[in-house]
Write a protein that binds this ligand. Structure first.
Ligand code: MF3
Ligand code: CO
Ligand code: CO
Length: 267
């Protein structure tokens, strides 16, 4: 595999883009309430990115091979939707869980992050899934340091999530990121310790586990983008963009509104 590590200027560009992506989620947070439509959230986010931040919403018109151009500026995936949900006119309702996934481009660098939002009071089962998925992501992040392998990340996430009785989506993964939105390596959210690519300082990639309350199987909806659980069970996802440092990792997609880092993370 050919993964070019970021030099210090590249890392700084990624740091800025990462913080800005997270700040879009901070900005949206008070608007994620019962009755708001995901189109309204898309418009708020789009205008904030373009007019306030001077960033480019990377999803808008994004077209990987075999896909139609993505029509919106953010992804909003509700309840049984796993990822790539397209904003629409339907209002959110009390009890929904929604993933909002933001990718901005600033000075050519990409920052990619997502969080779960609970709309009003949600079920205990939904809360447990959202919290477990957040912790699963951090168990993966905690593996990151030079010399560790991608399989260590996948294994840590899989072990934690499956111990909770949940399942890991296999068809989508984290990804290298930089001047390109999705590049090598693929960062699987399952696997075996000591396997796959060795991590080196300067690499930047995302960790973004999609975890289902039921079975791991998924299907694509007729819009060509939205992925849902085959058994209609709830699905959750969190995402951070990570830089491998000389001694471990730096989470690039943190900002004032980021949820607290779990207590099992030291330092
Ligand atoms: N942000 C997503 C990811 O984490 C990708 C979304 S592609 C889009 O990789 F076109 F749906 F926006
Ligand atoms: Co991503
Ligand atoms: Co994303």
């Amino acid at each position: 595999m050919t993964i070019t590590p970021k030099d210090p200027q590249g890392a700084e560009g990624m740091r800025v883009a990462g913080r800005l992506a997270s700040e879009v989620l901070d900005y949206l947070t008070p608007f994620v309430v019962p009755g708001v439509t995901t189109n309204e959230l898309d418009k708020l986010a789009h205008d904030y990115m373009v007019n306030v931040q001077g960033t480019i919403p990377a999803p808008l018109n994004y077209q990987p091979a075999g896909y139609s151009p993505y029509p919106k500026s953010i992804c909003t995936s509700i309840n049984q939707q796993v990822c790539h949900g397209i904003p629409n006119e339907k209002p959110l309702k009390k009890g929904d869980i929604v993933n909002i996934d933001i990718t901005v481009i600033k000075d050519g660098w990409h920052g990619d992050t997502s969080r779960m939002f609970m709309v009003g009071e949600v079920s205990i089962a939904a809360k447990r899934l959202c919290h477990a998925t957040y912790e699963a992501m951090w168990h993966g992040i905690a593996q990151v340091k030079p010399g560790a392998r991608l399989g260590d990340i996948g294994w840590a996430i899989q072990k934690f999530a499956e111990n909770m009785g949940f399942s890991i989506v296999r068809e989508f993964c984290g990804h290298g990121i930089g001047r390109v939105f999705h590049e090598e390596p693929q960062v699987l959210h399952y696997g075996k310790p000591g396997t796959l690519e060795e991590l080196k300082a300067g690499m930047t990639f995302t960790i973004e586990p999609m975890i289902n309350a039921g079975k791991r199987e998924i299907k694509e909806m007729g819009d060509g983008w939205t992925i849902v659980t085959k058994d209609r069970s709830l699905s959750a996802q969190w995402e951070h963009t990570i830089l491998v440092t000389e001694t471990g990792y730096e989470v690039l997609t943190l900002s004032a509104g980021s949820p607290p880092i779990p207590a099992f993370i030291k330092g």
